[in-house]
Write a protein that binds this ligand. Structure first.
Ligand code: HEM
Length: 387
């Protein structure tokens, strides 16, 4: 789904922000012949690329035209309006008790004092919530998790073989998901419930219902866009807490600062580091002459640390104000799920801090980065939890 030309941030893939900041200072806009795209690093230019949807199109890749993420106006607003209401902060707030209960449950299971934050906590929480919102039965959770992992997976290395293997797995997952949602949509068409699938089935654009293909790609988008990103936000937050124990102490003293902590985590360790666009006309970005049809990668992870926009950008500042990071994008494609992701992260991290005395990373645990330069997160993060 996220088919974009990757920037090789090896060998320090785990912390690509130093490399991104260096590139931003040296070549704020540059053409990469190998990857065949423009990289845009500075805050103002990234902001402009995301804001000017008429010049920088989102129509690209296999899902072009059917998924709101890969659609331009006017179709984009029509698709987004169908679900916008279900994702407002007010609607989402209704899930708070469920999120708290699930977070509490997951932590209860880790009572032995050790857990893998990714596997035991940050992964199941968003999968369970989005599955419940869509109306998928609880027993399908494991399959949901498998599918959402495969959808955002990148090749492990640069070889054709690795690339082909990922594509094949992704195609299989999409085929399985298509069958899965087709069956669920059929059930709900006969017997609607109070869930997102029933809402989508009843929705109309200009008096017309969505086609089966549109309905299915909507469901797949919600699954693909929301799970790994939220998992990584929670895990990146825990990672900061283990890297800086003083933050744990401060947040335990001042639990009302957890939303500020989530916001600065988003800026500092963004789960999505870059988003893609295609130029519709010849234009200039900074000094660069961009041609119609050129691919553009807007590096929000570099923009978030631009000293022209943020004071002391390389420092993690709890309570930073203003904090106009672009980790949820900007403009018409601003993340639909931002209120949900913020609420889940706030409640998950709040529950973790409230129930533990100290969270420590295992001293010999190696954090393996997720193999994608667009995603910032780790595959596993074992910790010990002191009561
Ligand atoms: C769009 C990040 C969670 C659904 C986006 C975009 C970003 C992003 C950067 C803009 C992409 C672009 O401009 O091309 C994140 C992050 C999350 C998160 C960092 C978690 C921390 C979620 C959740 C959901 C969701 C929980 C839904 C359940 C969407 C959708 C879009 C989107 C549907 C497309 C919106 C549009 O095209 O109008 N997200 N997201 N996201 N996100 Fe999220």
């Amino acid at each position: 789904m996220l088919l974009m030309p990757e920037l090789d941030t090896t060998p320090k893939r785990l912390l690509p922000f130093g490399i991104l900041s260096r590139l931003r200072e040296e070549t704020p806009v540059r053409y990469d012949k190998v990857r065949n795209c423009w990289d845009v690093f500075g805050y103002d230019n990234v902001h402009r690329v995301l804001k000017d949807y008429a010049l920088f199109s989102s129509v690209r890749g296999a899902s072009a035209g059917t998924s709101m993420l890969y659609t331009d106006p006017p179709k984009h607003a029509q698709l987004r309006d169908l679900v916008n209401k279900a994702f407002t902060p007010r609607e989402i707030q209704a899930f708070a008790p469920r999120i708290e209960a699930i977070a509490g449950d997951l932590l209860e299971r880790a009572r032995g004092g050790a857990m893998d934050i990714v596997h035991d906590f940050a992964t199941p929480l968003p999968v369970i919530i989005i599955a419940e919102m869509l109306g998928a039965p609880q027993e399908d959770r494991e399959r949901f998790k498998h599918w959402s992992d495969v959808l955002v997976e990148s090749a492990a290395d640069d070889s054709d073989e690795a690339f082909r293997a990922v594509l094949e797995r992704r195609q299989l997952a999409i085929a399985e998901l298509t069958d899965y949602f087709a069956a669920l949509l059929e059930e709900r068409a006969k017997q609607p419930r109070e869930d997102l699938i029933s809402l989508l089935l009843a929705a109309e654009i200009d008096g017309e219902r969505l086609t089966p293909r549109e309905l299915i790609s909507f469901c797949i988008l919600l699954l693909a866009a929301g799970n790994e990103t939220t998992t990584n936000l929670i895990t990146n937050g825990v990672r900061l807490l283990t890297e800086r124990p003083e933050l744990q102490r401060e947040l335990r003293r001042q639990p009302e600062a957890v939303p500020d902590f989530v916001e600065e985590t988003l800026r500092y360790y963004p789960p999505i580091v870059a988003v893609g666009r295609v130029a519709k006309e010849d234009t200039a970005i900074g000094d660069a002459a961009v041609k119609a049809g050129d691919q553009i990668i807007a590096w929000v992870g570099a923009a978030n640390r631009d000293p022209a926009k943020f004071d002391d950008p390389e420092s993690f500042v709890l309570g930073r104000k203003p904090n106009a990071h672009m980790s949820f994008g900007f403009g018409i494609h601003f993340c639909l799920g931002a209120p949900l992701a913020r609420l889940e992260a706030k409640l998950a991290l709040g529950a973790l801090l409230a129930r533990t005395g100290e969270i420590r990373a295992l001293p010999d645990a190696e954090l393996t980065p997720i193999p994608s330069s667009f995603v910032f997160g780790v595959k596993s993060h074992p910790v010990t939890l002191e009561a």
